[in-house]
Design a protein around this ligand. Structure first.
Ligand code: G4P
Length: 295
């Protein structure tokens, strides 16, 4: 399955982000913990040069704990500050404030030397579609947040969310697009729901998910759908259609419906904690399909 996707508005969004980044001290980059490199946009390193950097391994609840730890170590070694979070239930969010303090220590001390007290660190949340940017902002801002910045009707400008005395976020997240010359990176992003489903063949995607799970998490499929091991993805898809009574009018198996169930279950964590991409070397190897990496 080969996926290519280059939204036309990407260049414009990149220019917009370049402008916005000038306003902040810190870039808070969300990645999907299940594929932390594939779900980054490498442009951000160039765009964010010179700013403090924090990586949030979001959806950490959906990835394997041991690989979350390994990725945290991997990014830390590269000089990023890293926090594992679950933006949906708020786990890990409290830790962010102290890590921001460490990431922006130089700036805070510089301000202090100049007699500037209590100027909050300004951060910008960025990430590719579906990594959880809006969920994160809503979750960390909560109800207590106050919107600051320009009043409506006055000059049009950026809105800031003041989280506390020391941290403000630009209230619109920066959307980046994934980049993938490597088809397996594209496939992982499709599996995670970061690529518009309308350009995907969902039946094929479900087969790829089954192929991956059969190799890396074989027990999961028998546990949830009762499909036998070693059956091969096509037979497993039929097995799922049968187990879930997915039938068309004439009684034939509705494989597309079964494919949809598999994709949704996989993305929502109903098939258990799954890590697609493992750290090591430069990260992902183009020679290997996700399912071919050994644990
Ligand atoms: P975006 O702004 O980056 O595009 O992402 P958004 O916040 O819309 O989140 C995309 C999906 O990921 C949402 O699910 C959201 O609930 C889910 N999500 C975000 N963070 C986490 C997390 O840490 N853990 C888990 N398990 N899920 C997370 P959805 O199905 O599109 O919407 P909903 O039905 O949950 O509202």
């Amino acid at each position: 399955m080969n996926i290519q996707w280059y939204p036309g508005h990407m260049a414009k969004a990149k220019r917009g982000m370049q402008e916005a980044i000038k306003l902040v001290d810190l870039i808070i980059e969300l990645v999907d913990a299940r594929a932390p490199l594939a779900s980054r946009n490498p442009d951000i390193d160039e765009l964010g040069g010179g700013k403090a950097r924090l990586i949030l391994l979001n959806k950490s609840d959906l990835a394997e704990e041991k690989w979350n730890k390994a990725w945290t170590g991997w990014f830390s070694e590269k000089g990023f500050f890293v926090v594992e979070v679950n933006s949906k239930n708020g786990a890990g969010l409290k830790q962010i404030h102290s890590v921001v303090g460490q990431a922006c220590r130089e700036k805070i001390e510089r301000d202090r030397r100049r007699g500037i007290m209590n100027r909050p660190v300004r951060g910008m949340v960025v990430g590719i579609p579906n990594v959880g940017k809006s969920t994160f902002i809503n979750s960390i801002a909560g109800k207590a947040c106050a919107k600051t910045g320009n009043k409506p009707g006055v000059t049009k400008g950026n809105q800031w969310i003041r989280l506390n005395r020391s941290l403000e976020l630009l209230d619109t997240p920066g959307i980046l697009w994934p980049k993938f010359e490597d088809p397996w990176v594209g496939l992982m992003l499709a599996m995670l729901g970061c690529i518009n489903d309308q350009i995907l063949n969902r039946d094929e995607l479900a087969l790829e998910i089954l192929k991956f799970l059969e190799k890396r998490y074989p027990d999961v499929l028998s546990g949830r759908y009762g499909t036998g091991q070693g059956e091969g993805p096509a037979a497993m898809l039929e097995g799922v259609a049968k187990a879930r009574a997915c039938r068309m009018k004439g009684g034939e198996a509705d494989l597309s419906k079964a494919a949809g169930i598999i994709i949704d279950d996989f993305r929502n964590g109903k098939l258990g904690k799954v890590t697609l991409e493992l750290p090591g070397g430069n990260g992902f190897s183009s020679k290997e399909a996700p399912g071919e990496k050994n644990q």
